[in-house]
Design a protein. Structure first.
Length: 475
């Protein structure tokens, strides 16, 4: 007898969508067959998925929990923890999130990982992993620690090519150090996750706009501009293309210039992958002019309509493989506390509506296939980050992370009904579907809008990036 059978839905299998029943035993999918074919096996529970789309749980490869948030005239406040963000993620059909273990001054890489584990272990509703985040000057001894972390299941390493704002000195990693880290990752089997902006251009523009007294956040696209993305992306790509086995994951690609740089490198066989954010796809620099326009902002800035068009084109089997959130879950008063180009709060609350937003924008509005939609919100992240086929697939042997996406009635986004912050940049959005049920490793954790999971359900995921991902543009 099976534990659960999900019956009657349109299952988005790796081979394509088809009516199918899915059998679950313990934490895994153990059988997939035609409608009604598993009935003879019996099941402790049959989940009726009739009229719904059955997809693998979403994967958000870019979230920040317990993140320090500067507060004027006060000690920095931490953003919401994994307990809050993971709950919101499950309600929206995302079962796995990847956060960051920041290696602060004086830390070893292992100490950074352990500090993060203390915050997440036993305090997370969904499954999770960490990118290692390197900051500032890289000590020679850190390189060996990075190799050890990759071997221990943390194969992705984030680095900044900019300090982002004048007040955040110490984030930027010099290109010489990036070069050395890329060599280590190529040898150890890792992948570099890059926040790429040209620091000289960004800081020059801060100085210029401040001299001109154009300091309002609505000018942000002039500071974090498209030329900056062009220069930084291409410089990092040139470093990687000269190192055999070096692979790149370009985080929050925001401009047409970044899209072009990724596409050109992929055409030359460089193993490079592009991530964008739902903010960039659905908002642009004109949205800064709206009341409380800070709620749409993250770093790098929103760009222009032509950049949006390039990003959308790139999600259709082009330079963009994943749509993430850059999740920063904080109250509206914190999100609105800055009004200048140098103090506006980055990130926003978006992990809960992400899957349904992208379904609406890809399948309903642009005619994408269901498999292409699932690739953008789950499968591609699983493949690139070393989780596939355990995650990101409805397949025998995969974890039973299953979402029933109900497209029979529309859903209006209301912050008051969600589980993240007290605001939503997506307020009032008319969505074509919403999850009716979310399952994590065979356990129903959300059903009918009610949380049924436990705070101890989430497990840490050890990862290994496949050779084919690091050898060529394989996704």
């Amino acid at each position: 007898m099976l534990d659960i059978v999900v019956s009657g839905g349109l299952a988005v299998l790796p081979s394509g969508p088809e009516p199918a029943d899915i059998g679950i035993q313990g934490e895994q999918i153990v059988a997939i067959g035609g409608p009604g074919s598993l009935a003879a096996l019996g099941a402790g529970r049959v989940v009726d998925a009739s009229g719904q789309i059955v997809i693998p749980g979403g994967i958000d490869p870019h979230v920040h929990c317990n993140w320090p948030m500067p507060v004027p005239d006060a000690e920095a406040k931490l953003t919401e923890p994994a307990s809050r963000v993971s709950q919101a993620a499950l309600h929206g059909g995302t079962t796995t999130t990847i956060d960051f273990a920041a290696v602060e001054a004086g830390d070893t890489v292992q100490q950074a990982i352990e500090r993060r584990q203390q915050q997440w272990a036993g305090a997370c509703y969904g499954d999770y992993a960490f990118h290692i985040m390197l900051l500032g000057k890289i000590a020679p001894g850190t390189l060996g620690q990075v190799a050890e972390a990759v071997a221990a299941g943390h194969p992705s390493v984030k680095m900044f090519t900019t300090d982002i704002t004048p007040s955040r000195k110490g984030r930027m990693v010099d290109h010489g150090d990036i070069w050395e880290v890329l060599k280590v990752l190529a040898e150890a089997g890792g992948i570099a996750a890059i926040h790429a902006e040209d620091n000289d251009i960004v800081m020059h523009m801060y100085d210029k706009l401040m001299r001109e007294q154009r300091t309002g956040f609505e000018n942000m696209a002039e500071v974090h501009n498209t030329l900056s993305e062009d220069l930084s992306f291409n410089r990092v790509i040139r470093l990687a293309s000269n190192i055999k086995g070096a692979a790149l994951y370009m985080m929050h690609t925001s401009a047409a210039t970044g899209v072009r740089a990724i596409a050109a490198a992929r055409a030359q066989g460089v193993p490079i992958y592009g991530e964008t954010l739902h903010q960039y796809l659905l908002y642009n620099s004109t949205d800064y002019q709206k009341p409380n326009g800070q709620i749409y902002h993250t770093y790098p800035s929103l760009k222009f309509p032509e950049d949006q068009a390039a990003l959308w084109a790139a999600t259709d089997h082009g330079a963009i493989q994943t749509v993430a959130t850059d999740e920063i879950c904080c109250p509206l008063r914190i999100k609105l506390q800055g009004r200048r180009i140098d103090d506006t709060t980055g990130g926003n609350a978006g992990v809960e509506p992400r899957v349904s937003l992208i379904y609406t924008e890809t399948v309903e509005k642009r005619g994408y296939s269901l498999n292409d939609f699932v690739a953008l919100v789950s499968t591609n992240a699983a493949k690139i980050m070393g989780l596939y086929p355990r995650k990101g697939a409805l397949a025998v042997g995969s974890d039973a992370d299953i979402v029933l996406l109900d497209a029979r009635k529309r859903h209006i986004v209301r912050a008051a009904e969600m589980h993240e912050a007290d605001y939503s940049p997506w307020e009032g959005r008319d969505l074509a579907a919403w999850p009716s049920l979310t399952m994590l490793r065979g356990k129903v954790v959300v059903e009918g809008g009610q949380l049924k999971g436990a705070l101890t359900d989430g497990k840490f995921l050890s990862r290994k990036v496949p050779e084919e991902i690091r050898a060529r543009p394989a996704v």
